[in-house]
Ligand binder design. Structure first.
Ligand SMILES: Nc1nc2c(c(=O)[nH]1)N[C@H]1C(S)=C(S)[C@@H](COP(=O)(O)O)O[C@H]1N2
Ligand SMILES: [Mo]
Length: 320
């Protein structure tokens, strides 16, 4: 792709933010050791500069969109995270209740090296990158978010999937004591999602720990989440506790709840309407007011060039 570097046209506000972050990273590399502040990480999502905790400088990576980033206030104030409440403003209000201390993620199932990794181990596994990805919700709105993380493939390669592994299931936290949304029966808890192994190994599939140069706010899926930019937002499971390699296509929360509305693949596809509304257009949160013309939705959310070959020969009307 012959495109200018995102840094050449990133809006100034975001770019200033990024510069600060890089400076913090350099300061951390020069002085403070990584291990000094994991608890600050664990208990104060959104409050500390990610690079200051990791000591790793960032770089803007391939696949980043050149579009204007969504204001942080919108990306962290208008959320779907049903475990923390059904209404868009509830996750932000309830996020402080997430039990983030001593977080671990189990990597299990059909792998040569099953293991349970703490957050620090996960963070150290691969260099963190900034990736500016569009996220498009099945409800018909989208955002452009500068995520911080690394390709999920780096983690999967480390645990060595067995030849029999064909799918990956993602399980997220279900803690009734701290997550008021679990009282509702809208979905089956824990929230689960799934990808085919080759989708999970695609470099665009991101394991994200931060956004806008900071650790993830709780409402955006602290301390670690998935971001799969070419699929509807619900595939991007928040607050992961387990990643399981399997032979059979795994259950996913939305597919279990409404199989006719939410298929396993859920690739963004303007030509396949949701059962109750069109998917042809979308509204950009923070930018397009209710009266603004909607913008056309792009096949694979604009990532067709990178991912369409994963589905060659598949009937995407059938495998929605
Ligand atoms: N655990 C969990 N992950 C989740 C959800 C959820 O309810 N619970 N909602 C999904 C949906 S529908 C969307 S659109 C995105 C929203 O991500 P964002 O709030 O960071 O924009 O998170 C996804 N991940
Ligand atoms: Mo969504």
């Amino acid at each position: 792709m012959n495109q200018p570097l995102p840094s050449e046209i990133t809006p100034p506000q975001h770019y200033a933010n990024r510069r600060q972050w890089l400076q913090a990273g350099l300061a951390a590399a020069a002085g403070a050791a990584w291990g000094s502040s994991p608890s600050a990480w664990a208990t104060q999502p959104g409050s500390s500069k990610l690079a200051a905790l990791t000591g790793q400088p960032s770089r803007i990576a391939g696949g980043s969109t050149l579009e204007k980033t969504t204001p942080f206030a919108d990306a962290s104030g208008y959320n779907n995270f049903y475990e923390l409440g059904m209404r868009k403003e509830e996750p932000a209000r309830n996020a402080h209740r997430l039990p983030l201390a001593d977080w671990t993620v189990r990597i299990e199932g059909l792998v040569a090296q099953p293991q349970t990794l703490g957050l620090e181990e996960l963070l150290r596994l691969a260099p963190l990158e900034e990736r500016i990805y569009r996220l498009r919700c099945v409800e018909g709105w989208s955002m452009v978010i500068p995520w911080v993380g690394y390709s999920l493939a780096a983690l999967l390669q480390k645990v060595q999937p067995l030849g029999s592994a064909k799918y990956v299931q993602f399980e997220t936290l279900a803690d009734a004591q701290h997550m008021p949304g679990l009282r509702s029966r809208v979905l089956q808890w824990p929230y689960t999602e799934g990808l085919r192994l080759d989708e999970a190994m695609h470099p665009l599939s991101l394991l994200a720990f931060g956004m806008y140069g900071q650790v993830l706010p709780g409402q955006n899926g602290a301390p670690v989440r998935l971001v799969v930019p070419w699929k509807y937002g619900f595939k991007s499971a928040k607050s992961l506790v387990a990643i399981r390699l399997e032979e059979q296509q795994p259950a996913t929360a939305w597919n279990q709840t409404a199989p006719h509305e939410y298929g396993f693949y859920s690739n963004v596809n303007p030509d396949v309407p949701h059962r109750r509304w069109s998917q042809a257009t979308e509204r950009r949160i923070g930018e397009d007011g209710l009266l603004a013309p909607k913008r056309p939705t792009l096949p694979f959310n604009g990532y067709a060039e990178q991912v369409a070959q994963l589905y060659s020969g598949m009937d995407l009307q059938r495998y929605y």
